[in-house]
Design a protein. Structure first.
Length: 454
């Protein structure tokens, strides 16, 4: 498989001002594989220490002198280490969190050695650390499940991907390629972007093998609960994890998970799952100005899961249930569509920025309205609707555009690329004009490029 993060890490590796890299992401998104592949592609010697399996190796880092640390490691591992030609990889560093403080000395005293750290439950360490964090001396990289473009590369659809990357509003894919790409996107919704699931699907094309991988991943996550649940009952974590697919598209209400449980217990369970990056919050905002995260309504939010393939499995969906890609908008009342759009929107952020998601909602008597997502494009906010309907069914969008100062909106759906000039009326009878760009789901990863011309 090809991961775009590897290209960014190659740039990092060649940078004269390189800092130790910290890979952040949920378990099984491919952190370890990416580092091994980076070493393989660049010809670097990989010194890989799994501190969860080899906890005793942490003793060799007692010194603050990187040269002494390397001498210790050479003796322990019985191999020579040449700093300029090596990558020191501290995997599962959350098992020895005190080693974070040592990154400062590698940055200051041995910059020629590339150092990468990663950990499945790293977020818990970073939030409640008791050691000295090397602030300003480390570089974060955030890694998510594969995006649709990476899925196409895994399927060796390089020419189709090249065509997708050349799409403009004026020159979309022809009907045949549009249909083919829609079919592949439908496949992506069932397979998802977890590396093991994608690899298994490419090798076997077996829905049974795919379901086995997805269920094993879910069980792996649940096995991890004991590591960070503390005094909280694991039952609450399991309840929240399995409730999220059923509550997609809805404002998250604790009592909807378990009406008999204390809200504080469900809230704590959700926060733990968010920290483990198994779930992501979609925060409600007022959307009056930039940045998009301004005027957050902290108590109003939605939740999506880490991966659409896991959602499909947890909902019991199969590929044959989709006659066409438009069914994604119908099955489970559009929950799958909102999940996959949110998941792919997270990939629009640079690798060094922690992804966030936002939406807009207004709850008034006889006047409810909601915009599925909001993104920021330079100095403007852009509302995103996940809809199959035509203009007449975009009531919430009309209301939003009437109330807010923005003049461009996006609709993701199964149809072709389309640019419409919408003329609508405000509640006071005034006219309000805005542009609506309708894009097929498969162009989600190209949004930044397309917006440059609008």
């Amino acid at each position: 498989m090809k991961r775009y993060l590897i290209d960014k890490l190659k740039d990092w590796l060649m940078s004269p001002s390189r800092k130790p890299a910290v890979l952040r992401g949920a378990r099984q998104v491919g952190k370890t594989w990416v580092v091994r592949e980076l070493a393989k592609q660049t010809g670097k010697q990989l010194i890989e220490l799994n501190l969860e399996k080899q906890r005793s190796l942490a003793i060799h880092f007692e010194s603050n002198d990187p040269s002494t640390i390397l001498l210790n490691l050479e003796s322990a591992l019985n191999q020579s280490i040449h700093p300029a030609d090596s990558i020191l990889f501290l995997d599962e560093i959350q098992a020895a969190p005190e080693l974070f403080a040592k990154l400062r000395w590698f940055y200051e005293d041995m910059p020629e050695l590339a150092v990468i750290t990663a950990g499945s439950l790293l977020e818990f360490v970073l939030e409640n650390h008791t050691f000295s964090m090397p602030v300003g001396r480390i570089q974060y990289f955030f890694i998510e499940p594969l995006g649709f473009e990476e899925f196409l590369l895994a399927k060796n659809e390089t020419h189709l991907l090249s065509a997708i990357e050349k799409v403009t509003i004026e020159k979309p894919l022809n009907t045949s390629l549009h249909d083919k790409t829609n079919q592949l996107f439908k496949e992506f919704v069932i397979v998802g972007g977890m590396p093991e699931a994608v690899s298994t699907w490419i090798k076997t094309s077996s829905l049974e093998a795919l379901a086995e991988v997805h269920n094993n991943l879910i069980n792996t996550y649940q096995d991890d609960f004991t590591k960070y649940a503390g005094k909280l009952s694991i039952t609450y974590l399991e309840e929240v994890l399995h409730a999220v697919p059923k509550l997609l598209t809805k404002k998250f209400v604790y009592s909807h998970v378990d009406s008999n449980a204390r809200h504080e217990n469900i809230k704590q369970a959700l926060n733990l799952l968010l920290k483990a990056r198994l779930c992501h919050k979609v925060q409600c905002v007022s959307a009056n100005g930039i940045p998009v995260g301004a005027e957050v309504k902290s108590k109003i939010f939605k939740i999506i899961l880490i991966d659409v393939g896991l959602v499909s499995t947890m909902l019991g969906l199969k590929l044959y249930q989709f006659n066409n890609v438009e069914d994604i908008l119908v099955i489970n009342k559009g929950a799958l569509a909102e999940q996959v759009v949110g998941q792919l929107l997270r990939l629009l952020s640079p690798f060094y920025v922690e992804p966030t998601l936002h939406y807009w909602s207004r709850e008034l008597a006889n006047s409810n309205a909601e915009i599925d997502y909001l993104i920021q494009d330079n100095q403007r906010l852009i509302p995103i609707e996940v809809k199959a309907g035509v203009e007449g069914k975009l009531r919430s969008l009309h209301q939003f555009m009437n109330e807010k100062p923005w003049k461009l909106a996006i609709r993701f759906y199964a149809g072709p690329v389309q640019l419409d000039h919408i003329k609508s009326k405000t509640t006071t009878g005034d006219s309000n004009d805005y542009k609506l760009i309708s894009l097929p789901f498969y162009l989600l990863g190209q949004v930044d490029k397309l917006l440059k011309y609008l």
